[in-house]
Design a protein around this ligand. Structure first.
Ligand code: DAH
Length: 437
């Protein structure tokens, strides 16, 4: 016998759980910076990430990231320096408006943190280019936290900080005169500085100017970009104790590709025997300025990561330290000063392995890393995939990861490491249905 139950008699939670299957998700909404966002099947932001949103480390004048941010802002002292923009952006802002193709890997859920299918955490400060140009800014800097799903090691963290900068010139005789003046001034300054530059031609067949641009003007803009950034490299790295010790600063320009600039370049600096990639830049694609309704203009832009430069300048060995609230870290830095970080005792590493059969749907390395980070926070120092194979008969795949548990500010007992590792294994089984081997 079937008993008809009138919907009004059903307990309230029945609706919350079941009605949603058809019309909306059962996932709890995502709360970020005082806003609530509906979650859906694209949601992959974790609570470890949500906790970091709004920390604004780069705004603290005596934090290494804040010190570096201020140094760069004062180098570009006549640029308008913007901070505090909302990290929640649309895929259009982050990708489409900048010419990223529909199949670009950066859009994938394995690479970016989605709040829902229509919103994500910006993966780069370039996401704000259109709106900033649209406000009529002609010389601007923008500093912000950016978010990318990635591996776990001493130089990768899923939240980091970037600065974007751009300068707009009018595409006429006035702009041309301004460029010629500024290029002469900057060349004069660089000629008297202790710097050696390995350059590439501004424009080549493989790194072309845009058809809409007068080639002479495009050359002048590319030169202005290069001179402006060489001068920034001098401010950051030139004659700094412990960096070059009297040797000239070596800066290398390399042809690059970005969907939102052409010509495009990368800048590297020679430091302690190695070339280090510092930033990406180029002449802004005209579609970006068109989208921002900035007519008759031409612009250059650059974007750089603050952590990478701060790790070099302050000798900070592990990217997690930027998030430390330990007075032994914070008290070492003073607004306006670049000094060498003195490591307090290093705590012993504690390695634990986990081997498992993958679910049939597979498991991306970044999903594994996010699960570890979400379970143990900053107790994880690095994660290495040490083995992976597919069984020839059953065709099942197995992976073995080695997790290095190590706190930045205290000694971790083996019992504690065992207990967090057990929690990782439980969560791995619950969330991804893996079979531990
Ligand atoms: N947004 C790029 C990144 O995150 C960096 C970048 C490259 C910014 C070129 C720019 C640019 O403005 O012109 O890797």
């Amino acid at each position: 016998m079937t008993v008809a139950v009138s919907p009004a008699r059903l307990p309230r939670h029945f609706f919350r759980t079941f009605q949603c299957r058809r019309c909306y998700s059962t996932r709890p909404p995502v709360s970020l910076l005082g806003q609530r966002y509906a979650a859906d099947s694209s949601t992959n932001i974790t609570s470890a990430i949500i906790d970091k949103v709004g920390r604004n480390l780069y705004m603290n004048p005596s934090h290494p990231l804040g010190i570096l941010q201020s140094l760069i802002s004062s180098h570009f002292h006549n640029f308008n320096s913007m901070v505090g923009l909302n990290p929640v952006v649309t895929p259009a802002q982050n990708f489409d408006d900048l010419g990223f193709p529909p199949d670009h890997p950066g859009r994938a859920a394995t690479d970016s943190y989605y709040i829902n299918k229509d919103l994500l955490l910006r993966t780069h400060t370039s996401a704000h280019e259109v709106e900033t140009f649209a406000r009529g800014e002609r010389k601007w800097l923008l500093s912000a936290d950016v978010y990318r799903r990635d591996e776990i090691d001493a130089s990768h963290y899923p939240v980091f900080h970037q600065m974007e900068g751009a300068r707009v010139f009018s595409a006429d005789a006035v702009g041309r005169a301004e460029l010629e003046d500024d290029n002469a001034r900057l060349s004069h300054h660089l000629a008297r500085s202790n710097i050696v530059i390995e350059d590439v031609p501004h424009i080549t067949a493989s790194n072309p100017h845009q058809d809409v641009h007068d080639p002479v003007l495009a050359e002048l803009v590319a030169l202005n970009l290069k001179l402006s950034l060489n001068s920034l490299m001098l401010t950051l790295f030139g004659d700094r104790a412990g960096v070059n010790e009297g040797e000239p600063l070596r800066v290398r320009w390399i042809e690059a590709y970005f969907p939102f600039t052409t010509p495009s370049y990368e800048v590297e600096v020679f430091f302690r025997g190695k070339w280090l990639e510092i930033l990406g830049c180029g002449v802004v694609q005209q579609q970006t300025l068109d989208r921002a309704r900035v007519p008759d203009s031409i612009s250059w832009a650059f974007g750089l990561g603050l952590e990478r430069i701060a790790m070099i300048l302050f000798s900070i060995p592990d990217i997690r330290l930027f998030w430390s609230q330990d007075p032994r870290f914070i008290s070492q830095f003073t607004a306006g000063q670049i000094n060498t970080f003195k490591p307090y005792s290093r705590y012993p590493a504690c390695y634990k392995d986990v081997s498992f059969w993958l679910p049939h749907t597979g498991l991306h390395d970044n999903d594994f890393c996010d699960l570890v980070r979400d379970t143990v926070g900053d107790l994880v120092q690095d994660v290495v995939l040490i083995d992976s194979f597919t069984h020839p008969k059953t065709n099942r795949s197995s992976k073995c990861y080695r997790i290095n548990y190590c706190s930045m500010d205290r000694s971790l007992s083996n019992d504690e490491a065992n207990s967090v590792h057990a929690q990782v294994i439980t969560n791995l089984k619950d969330k991804f249905g893996v079979e531990i081997r």
